[in-house]
Design a protein around this ligand. Sequence first.
Ligand code: ATP
Length: 383
Amino acid sequence: MCFYNNYKLTMDGPNRPAYQLAIQLVRIGIVAVVTYYCATWIISSVDPTSKTKKKAKRQAQIQLKKLNDITGQGNKLKLSDFNSYELMIASHLIAPADIDISWSDIAGLDAVIQELRESVVLPVRHRDLFQRSQLWRPPKGVLLYGPPGCGKTLIAKAMAKEAGMRFINLDVAVLTDKWYGESQKLAAAVFTLAQKLQPCIIFIDEIEAFLRIRTAADHEATAMMKTQFMMLWDGLLSSSNSSVLVLGATNRPQDLDKAILRRMPTQFHIGPPLECQRLAILQVILQHEQLHPTVDLKRLANLTAGYSGSDLRELCRHASIYRMREYMRNLMIKEGNCIIDVHLVDESELVISMDDLVKSLVNMNLSKVQTGNTYLAKNIDLD
Ligand SMILES: Nc1ncnc2c1ncn2[C@@H]1O[C@H](COP(=O)(O)OP(=O)(O)OP(=O)(O)O)[C@@H](O)[C@H]1O
């Protein structure tokens, strides 16, 4: 008993503070973990971008998986290789296999296509050969400029597809995050992501909205972001082994900062289509449609001076809808309000006629005149 008491005294004596200390440490640990999770939860519920970030992460996951499905085993991309800013940008990623545009979908721009194939696509596809000379390397910046709806986005996508390049369709609104500091991190992420994914195109539509001439009225954060964007771009320019291309499209090249124009030495004007180009565009748009023998595309091309490719597409779409509506109207008169069996649809009655196209043209001209776009008001001889 005496021995036990002595033992307890000696063991409890020195051990007691250590035991207390251990208890304290465990308590501190628990409080730290609880505080961390509470703080994270509060920050994420207060941060209005947290939902967007989660959504972007999910989207990025899908896109990266798609890329992995077509990449070799050794080059698999892992979600953990990217930080949260890169994932925000990766949600705007398009894999070449997902691009449904090829050169054959673009009409009337053969000279531009030829030049882009030789200056950008070939050096990317035959990298080893073109690495031999500094002067053969593809440009790091290309600018497509011209009026809206004339094929700039089509060219960008077809180029990415043919060159097998990953395509970041940069949504500038993502970069202009109102949370100070975020914009710069996102701008940096655009380039680090592109480097990780190369060969890669960073496509910036309406680039003038983002990189317009710097003025004293610029917000400090915007000015810093622009400067940083240019610095990162310079890093790209000085790197000899990166296959990243910044491709900008604009309707207002005069609004672009001179420093940006200097970084995009290869520039192409995609102008309003001429008559022969309009004919080629109409042929491409209507290539899979059934046309009545009365359809005269040459005449239509002549009547559509001032129309962009996008206007021509709208014209054909409306004509096709008129045909469909007329068919439905006649059917309703004949059959009453019944559900139509698609197998019994008489295809010959859905053939687009010249009258449908001219009717669509007259209506479009009218709406253009009403909206002040009078250059399209060409008198149409309906006979
Ligand atoms: N050269 C063309 N060949 C075939 N289709 C064309 C052509 N140009 C335009 N189109 C049609 O017009 C649509 C819009 O073209 P696109 O988006 O490339 O224009 P854009 O120049 O990028 O316009 P924006 O400046 O408004 O972005 C295309 O989806 C296509 O249907």
